[in-house]
Design a protein around this ligand. Sequence first.
Ligand SMILES: [Zn+2]
Length: 193
Amino acid sequence: MAQPSIINLYRESGALLEGHFILSSGRHSANYLQSALVLADPQRAEALGQQLATKVDAKDYDLVVSPALGGLIIGHEVARALQRPFLFTERKEGEMQLRRGFTISANARVLVVEDVITTGGSVCECMAVVREHGGLPKMVLAVVDRSPDSDDRFELPYHTLLAMNVETFAADTCPLCAQGTLPAIKPGSRGAA
Ligand SMILES: [Zn+2]
């Protein structure tokens, strides 16, 4: 799938929201990507996982690891496509951890998979946990990069299916607020309007 068809997939799923949004950072934006709405369709999730899996050679990896919650579905689909085990890290009391009896064997070659990357913070925390447990993160894959201009965040090979620079505004200088026609909402606080 080329970039436009990935965008269309988001649009068709109602996952490319257009309006006036308050992001988790507190900044405002006219667009929001809600990947969970694409991944809610198992066939689309599977297709995206297969597409990401074409970026790597399965024999170069021992397992796939994703940061919860965002990376869970797509990470599992990539792992299925590569026929590798899938584990996830998760935050407990704010700290990323490996729980649930998951273990990583020494020097295991790890593919890290995320759905949407904005700052890359969750991926970096996930990689740190993998290293603490003796694994070796080798590559990062994501469906969407929302800030593709920030280079070399992971110091690892990195591929996404869709790079989309979403312009954001400080709340006090937001042109959408200045227009005053559309109130700012937090994505997820109502339906995918
Ligand atoms: Zn605004």
